[in-house]
Design a protein around this ligand. Structure first.
Ligand SMILES: Cc1cc2nc3c(=O)[nH]c(=O)nc-3n(C[C@H](O)[C@H](O)[C@H](O)COP(=O)(O)OP(=O)(O)OC[C@H]3O[C@@H](n4cnc5c(N)ncnc54)[C@H](O)[C@@H]3O)c2cc1C
Length: 259
């Protein structure tokens, strides 16, 4: 079973994240960049399925040149090869364009299953896997916390705030995983060394038949029109409990219209 894992390099959640003043896109130089943790889980699940069913695991990422670090991390975990779509024209692409580009890149490789994260920690659109499935005309199994594959059928347990659903689809299909799916492995030293030699194909938008006017900020259907820095934390309000702590808290919550 051939699996493609969609991975995104994101600013480290622990570093100070910033938008560029010029166009409100992500200031990638302002923060350390890492392989998104949810994508480590996606890679892990692909490797578990590969161990069971054989085939190849390909990593696919659309991102700037330095996204190779995130790709190498996925390869050092055990993925076999990678496709890196990298082109300055892609800067500022929205979720729809990202999905279009990924769909075109998927046409260059044979796959039975696409595994993604349910939501990137930077953009947080939580939409790319669903849009991608729609563009490819494939079944989508999203927000998945458990997955099994048997005889060309993928079964998944989907969990969202609305509840739990049991899904089933025939392959090929698009799957997105949530943080309950697994605990990703750490790359071994051997894995890190092996990753340096694994093949990474680099493609531009035009290699995928996409014109510069079809991608990037200019083609985006959504726009960040304003951005403001996070307000500094306030000291908060301290409640002294003199036997009436409960009612003081209730009064405060009513005052804030929280209850
Ligand atoms: C700071 C900032 C500013 C932005 N400004 C704009 C703007 O001005 N205009 C605009 O239209 N959009 C803007 N975006 C949206 C940005 O383009 C989206 O992040 C991107 O399109 C994908 O959406 P997402 O990362 O939220 O994906 P999600 O749908 O949350 O991602 C889910 C999963 O899809 C896969 N995936 C997502 N992206 C990729 C990728 N590039 N390569 C491989 N797999 C991927 C991963 O598996 C991921 O876990 C901005 C985003 C950020 C963070």
């Amino acid at each position: 079973m051939n699996i493609v894992v969609l991975v995104k390099q994101v600013p480290d959640t622990w570093s100070e994240r910033k938008l560029s003043d010029a166009d409100h896109t992500l200031d990638r130089d302002a923060a350390d960049a890492v392989l998104d943790e949810i994508n480590e889980r996606a890679v892990e699940e692909a490797l578990v399925l590969q161990a069971e069913h054989g085939g190849e695991v390909t990593v696919l990422s659309m991102g700037p040149d330095r996204a190779t670090d995130a790709i190498r991390k996925a390869l050092s975990m055990g993925a076999d090869k990678a496709i890196h779509v990298s082109d300055p024209a892609l800067h500022g692409s929205d979720a729809l364009t990202t999905a279009k580009v990924l769909a075109k890149a998927l046409a260059t490789v044979e796959f039975d299953l696409v595994v993604a994260g349910n939501e990137a920690t930077d953009g947080r659109a939580g939409a790319v896997p669903a849009i991608l499935a729609e563009l490819l005309g494939l079944p989508q199994l999203t927000h998945v916390r458990k997955v099994t594959v048997e005889g060309g059928v993928v079964k998944a347990v989907r969990e969202t705030d609305e509840g739990v659903a049991h899904l089933e689809a025939s392959l090929p299909a698009v799957l997105s995983v949530n943080e309950k799916i697994n605990e990703p492995r750490y790359p071994s030293f051997k894995g890190i060394m092996a990753a340096k030699k694994k093949p990474v194909t680099t493609l531009t938008a035009s290699d995928l038949g996409l014109g510069a006017d079809e991608v990037g900020l200019g083609a985006a259907w959504t726009q960040v029109v304003e951005a403001a820095p996070k307000p500094p934390r306030t000291a908060g309000q301290r409640v002294e409990d003199e036997g009436d702590g409960g009612s003081k808290i209730a009064e405060y919550l009513v005052g804030q219209k929280l209850i």
